[in-house]
Design a protein around this ligand. Structure first.
Ligand code: PBG
Length: 328
């Protein structure tokens, strides 16, 4: 009781605060999203994502080494597919010489120890910009998951450590796990985007890959932002079907979902702080309305506090640099 108990004692100095701090950020927490394009000598800034770039593979080499030297050891790879290679079935997604497959091999060649995770969904390959095969205006489930399984296998064959299905089709984790086992890729991990919401925060990412849906939206497969209970149901199913890591996406607006999962499961939980979250902070900081680094750290710590242990973030490099400067 007051004055014997003074909570401010534990906040008295920087050193005391660091002693009693419950959550820390480390370079070990981060997945770095990477956007790859065809061509050579390309490092182009994404208009709605200031200071974030699309790289051609030759230029990516330097970036990969920089990430590795900063202690960032995992990348999440996305590719921008030329329009002429897009069709409704996502045929190019299975091409063993496709940009994704070449990117995986390239990264493993440049930095063999880097954990390579790959996006598995048809949207960058789809002439409709949808995550699956479209029939009569609807994204059909079962033929889509057949293609996704083959896509995942081709990533494993190219050397991916983890495949990361981001499509929200039903049953895809089981199909992917089965095909990997049948082909003896027993150590290829699956990071499932298990609770992925139909969010308007993905806008800048779709600019980055030119992958916005050509008609409609993604609400028949991604989750309704109004819902909480089905996030746990979706996630438990994915774990049963063989997911090694599960994910909540987007991040800041869905901290309650992260905590719900953390209370119920022991599987590592990843959170994806998505492109719109990045864009909002960049824009506010550019205007001088928010302190960039402090808000960035506050949001990332909130993910850890909510119960995520893995964070996919476009801020990963910025944080790694701050950690080197002993910002905290
Ligand atoms: C593709 C995919 C998306 C994101 C990751 N994988 C876009 C979408 O589902 O429309 C979004 C990432 C971001 O906004 O940073 N299925």
């Amino acid at each position: 009781m007051f004055p014997i108990q003074r909570n401010r004692r534990l906040r008295y100095s920087t050193s005391i605060r660091s002693l009693v701090r419950e959550n820390q950020l480390s370079v070990n927490d981060f997945l770095v999203p990477i956007f790859v394009v065809e061509g050579a000598g390309i490092k182009e800034e994404i208009a709605s994502m200031p200071n974030y770039y699309r790289f051609s593979l030759d230029v990516l080499e330097e970036e990969l080494k920089e990430l590795w030297n900063l202690g960032l050891k995992s990348v999440l790879v996305f590719v921008k597919v030329p329009d002429e290679l897009k069709d409704n079935k996502g045929t190019e997604a299975l091409n063993p010489e496709g940009l994704m497959q070449r990117s995986i091999r390239f990264i493993k060649e440049i930095v063999p120890e880097m954990v390579v995770m790959t996006d598995v969904a048809l949207d960058p390959y789809s002439s409709y910009g949808h995550d699956g095969i479209v029939k009569d205006g609807y994204v059909v489930n079962d033929s889509t998951i057949e293609t996704l399984a083959k896509m995942a296998l081709s990533h494993a064959q190219a050397g991916a450590d983890f495949v990361a299905p981001s499509d929200m089709m039903d049953g895809r984790i089981e199909s992917i796990r089965d095909i990997l086992e049948e082909n003896e890729y027993v150590n290829t991990g699956i990071m499932s985007y298990s609770a992925k919401y139909a969010s308007a925060f993905y806008g800048p990412f779709r600019d980055a890959l030119d992958s916005a849906p050509g008609f409609g939206d993604k609400k028949t497969y991604q989750m309704d932002p109004a819902n909480r209970k089905e996030a746990l149901a979706e996630t438990l199913l994915d774990i049963q079907q063989g997911a090694d890591i599960v994910m909540v996406k987007p991040g800041t607006a869905y901290l309650d979902i992260i905590r719900d999962l953390a209370n119920e499961i022991d599987t590592p939980i990843a959170v994806y702080q998505v492109s719109g979250e990045y864009a909002m902070l960049k824009a506010a900081a550019e205007k001088g309305w928010l302190n960039h680094d402090e808000v960035m750290i506050e949001q990332l710590l909130a993910f850890k506090r909510a119960g995520a242990s893995i964070i996919a973030s476009y801020f990963a490099k910025d944080v790694a640099k701050l950690l080197q400067e002993d910002f905290f």
